[in-house]
Design a protein around this ligand. Structure first.
Ligand code: NAP
Length: 275
């Protein structure tokens, strides 16, 4: 599997695991935990969660999945914008740590921009780094103008921008992604299979069949072929996790990349979209 390098030099496997919509149904819990654990076994060490998911229940589920395996994973969580202030961020972080059953996050993200000034969030994040509660911080859903403001507000150590990026959401390629790449800030690509909708895309299915891959694998392999991009598919069955992991071993030929471009190439710049 390809590696991704963070600005501080840390390397990570380029394929991670998402957790939105996990812990919503008690009957699915055991399968979701087994899926995450299988992912870790297969090298999908980056696990993305958020205080928002299931109102903390997803973090608790992740905590259960990584029990006894904390050092194997790279744990990412996110704070609500209203919690991203100097007074509230330490409490939000502490609550996430408690639910996750750990003493530190590897990466803590501002989930999206709200009314708290970015400079205040940067300072609050840096204070958490100093206290050892988080090892690094980043942002999510910030477009280029917000990123420029972030850097100008002291946010030079921002480790990532987690954004909606997949074959059907390629607008950021025309502005934000080159901007991030120039600064060696990797992209965490969320909803990499468009929450399942991409898997029903007939043209993708046809190209995938020709490439002897599933649509999910082709969508993920395409993201993994983009430099500095770390997709975090959410899969709650062991079969889906295995299928997704295998995508990291696919090498896409120029002909396949060209066919995908013919169908999905972005035609004009577009403001960053959000799910
Ligand atoms: P996604 O990963 O694009 O899609 C998840 C859906 O695809 C699930 O229904 C899953 O089904 C299905 N799926 C996954 N692999 C499959 C496969 N191989 N075959 C068939 N179906 C498959 O969407 P997402 O959950 O929105 O995004 C991924 C993660 O990104 C989230 O879980 C979350 O951690 C993060 N995220 C962040 C933000 C943000 O604002 N920062 C927003 C959205 C998401 P099963 O569950 O049945 O396996």
């Amino acid at each position: 599997m390809n590696d991704i390098q963070l600005p501080d030099g840390t390397t990570l496997p380029a394929l991670g695991q998402g957790t939105w919509m996990m812990a919503e149904k008690a009957s699915r819990r055991a399968d979701e935990i087994a899926a995450l654990r299988t992912g870790i076994d297969l090298g999908l060490r980056v696990i993305d969660t958020a205080e928002m998911y299931g109102d903390g229940a997803a973090e608790e589920l992740v905590g259960e999945a990584i029990e006894g395996r904390r050092d194997e994973v790279f744990l990412v969580s996110k704070a609500y914008p209203q919690n991203a202030s100097a007074s509230r961020l330490p409490r939000a972080c502490e609550a996430s740590l408690r639910r996750l059953g750990t003493d530190r996050l590897d990466l803590y993200l501002l989930h999206w921009r709200g009314s708290v000034p970015l400079a205040e969030t940067v300072e609050a994040m840096e204070a958490l780094v100093k206290d050892g509660k988080i090892l690094r911080w980043g942002v999510s859903n910030l477009d280029m103008d917000d990123m420029e403001e972030l850097i100008a507000s002291g946010g030079k150590s921002c480790a990532t921008d987690q954004i909606l990026y997949n074959l059907t959401r390629r607008g950021p390629e025309l502005d934000l992604i080159p901007w991030l790449r120039q600064r060696r800030i990797p992209v965490m690509a969320y909803s990499p299979v468009e929450q399942g909708r991409l898997l029903r895309h007939s043209e993708l299915a046809a190209i995938a069949a020709e490439a002897e891959a599933t649509p999910a694998q082709l969508a993920l392999a395409w993201l993994l072929a983009q430099p500095g991009v770390l997709p975090i598919p959410k899969a709650s069955t062991i079969a889906h996790v295995r299928e997704n992991r295998a995508a990291a071993d696919l090498t896409l030929g120029q002909d396949v990349l060209r066919q995908l471009d013919d169908v999905f190439r972005p035609r004009q710049p577009q403001a960053l979209e959000m799910l």
